[in-house]
Design a protein around this ligand. Structure first.
Ligand SMILES: [Zn+2]
Length: 64
């Protein structure tokens, strides 16, 4: 897979996910779920958004 060296914000990419570079990474539920995250633009990868939706469905918003 091609290595992306630059995040879309211009910073050095430390994490590659599905052909996109991110200057940060976000781990959810431990290290088994790693997602790309841009610290400057504060954007999550589409995969992470999908993951949150999945969590929402799992817990049905009734966590309180
Ligand atoms: Zn970035």
């Amino acid at each position: 897979m091609e290595q992306i060296n630059e995040c879309k914000c211009g910073n050095k990419a430390v994490f590659n996910h599905h052909g996109k570079g991110y200057c940060g990474s976000w781990s959810a539920l431990g290290v088994c779920n790693l997602f790309g995250y841009c610290k400057v633009k504060k954007t999550h990868s589409p995969e992470l958004k999908r993951f949150w939706k999945k969590l929402d469905k799992l817990y049905g918003g009734k966590q309180k």
